[in-house]
Design a protein around this ligand. Sequence first.
Ligand SMILES: [Zn+2]
Length: 149
Amino acid sequence: MADLATIGAALSSLKTATEIVKFIRESDVNLEKAELKLKLADLLGSLADTKMELVEVQDTLIEKDKKIAELEDAFQKKDSLARHGDAYYISDKDGNPTGLAYCLRCWENEHKTRQLVNSSKDRGLHICTSCGHQYSGWRTEQISPKQTN
Ligand SMILES: [Zn+2]
């Protein structure tokens, strides 16, 4: 993945290309044809390097946009989740945890809501479908919505 060094390399390649163009422009009129061809080949090489480095930078920016979107999504969900026992739950309008349990580990590490399911091997355990972490069933049980009158 590209980093600041890649941007530095791209700028350096562009500087080289610019210097080659300056050299050609400021040379005497009788610049040898062979030398001119050599300089143009250098120029093309430098521009190709720049292009590759910029593609890397572009990929990095796309990745970062994706990460920002994920974090914004998690930030919006933050207020709608409440911790209870060893899991997170959707908050009802009064802020009480309700419904199915979400993995504590996935939420706290990656800000992703992943439902817990019953273990097929041990009925007392709940398992995260994403990270596989196991939770005590009674610490992560489903919470029925509070009755409102
Ligand atoms: Zn998990």
